[in-house]
Unconditional design. Structure first.
Length: 203
């Protein structure tokens, strides 16, 4: 399938929100085309090198579909709210004119196994503790008491998204082949990040 693409300096994971305020003409055109077509979906990939503004960036080839749930036009900007849905792999990048586009292949959705409930609970404890540690000297993007979905699969992805870890770790989460692998990656990366926060705090 062919998608309009939005390379970002952050990773979008399934079931996580995305808020953007767009001002570049190419992305204003992209959102206008999405609204006009009624296909309110675009792809988000992490920028490997370069910046979000101006183009000329290098991009990773795994990403997430973003479904637009709200859009508000200002005098010179458009604010959109979207949510991550399916994961994909870029098969081929197309011309960036009038905005970035790519042919993508959707990845199989992960499937929840009830036997993973104890692991998910343990990962939640680790992630919330890490957010609490981070909040002692900085303002993390998510509160340690953030409410998660009642759906265990959605909650697993949300834990991956709120964990205060580097973007490359979150990119690794995005490529998980099972929920067990996802939760294990989140656990290990969060434990490592918590140690780094504490070293920074005491160092």
């Amino acid at each position: 399938m062919e998608l309009p693409m939005f390379p970002l300096g952050t990773v979008l994971l399934p079931h996580l929100p995305l808020a953007l305020r767009l001002f570049e003409p190419r992305y204003l055109d992209m959102v206008t085309d999405l609204v006009d077509s009624g296909e309110l979906v675009f792809g988000v990939v992490l920028i490997e090198r370069g910046q979000e503004v101006g183009g000329g960036d290098e991009r990773f080839d795994v990403g997430t579909l973003a479904h637009v749930v709200d859009a508000a036009r200002g005098a010179t900007t458009i604010g959109i709210t979207a949510v991550g849905t399916d994961r994909f792999v870029v098969e081929r990048w197309l011309e960036d004119d009038p905005y970035p586009r790519a042919e993508v292949r959707l990845l199989e959705p992960l499937r929840w196994d009830p036997g993973l409930a104890p692991l998910r609970e343990r990962v939640e404890e680790v992630v919330r503790r890490s957010l609490a540690v981070a909040s002692e000297y900085a303002e993390p993007p998510f509160d340690p008491d953030v409410v998660l979905s009642d759906d265990p699969l959605e909650a697993s992805w949300q834990l991956a998204g709120i964990s205060p870890v580097p973007e490359l770790d979150q990119l690794g989460f995005l490529q998980a082949e099972s929920v067990e692998q996802l939760l294990t990656l989140v656990h290990d990366a969060t434990v490592e990040a918590t140690g780094a926060w504490r070293m920074g705090w005491t160092g």
